[in-house]
Design a protein around this ligand. Sequence first.
Ligand code: UDP
Length: 238
Amino acid sequence: MTEPLRWRRILLKLSGEALMGSQPFGIDPAVVERISVEIADAVKLGAQVGVVVGGGNIFRGVAVAAKGGNRVTGDHMGMLATVMNSLTLADALRRRGVPARVLSAVPVPSICETFTQRGADRYMEDGDVIVFAGGTGNPFFTTDSGAALRAAEMQCDAFLKGTQVDGVYSEDPKINPDAERYTQLSFEEVIQRNLKVMDTTAIALARDNSIPIIVFSIHTPGALVDVLQQRGRYTLVS
Ligand code: UDP
């Protein structure tokens, strides 16, 4: 029997690295296909899905600056990288028959629509998956913050952060296999203990707008649907 959805309108945040697969850089089409299946399954259950994909698989402003480049230019490159990732994901969704649109905070009108809150709200109500590109549209921010901002603007019921691991741990479980895994945390615990969930700006935005954060593994097939149906493994921050 299909369980009712715990959260109906969601913002799914994926890092750009999630699209790399085992490659050192760029986009692995097989991974994009698999993620599009997960999202399509969530849509079939009646979820309204907004997605933010990072750009770290292509460019990060800080990395460009570390090599002597200009930080703002590097951030502009990073934001454009998120547009590329978003275009790929939206295409994969449309190939599976899921209506999907890229709305970018950085206007690139010959390629995709520019984000407006009202436009996005209407599309989401119609059942389109919205891939929010371009982060916040400003340098010195991250796509985690951009995603928290969109989650607040779109009045999402939850912010789902798909990561490489199945929740929040006391330490990196890949380094310390005995690290403790949490099933539930408060926003304050995450901030005070400096737990690696997202940057503080993103967490504070979610906290101030009472949007729960769910951290789960995007690499576990079926995990997104499991989370929405209150099954599976995840950490809930609320
Ligand atoms: N970026 C930015 N403003 C934003 C969001 C992103 O300048 O609002 C730039 C920044 O350079 C960042 C890059 O885009 O490093 C890619 O985003 P992010 O590092 O958040 O990607 P992820 O780690 O999720 O792949």
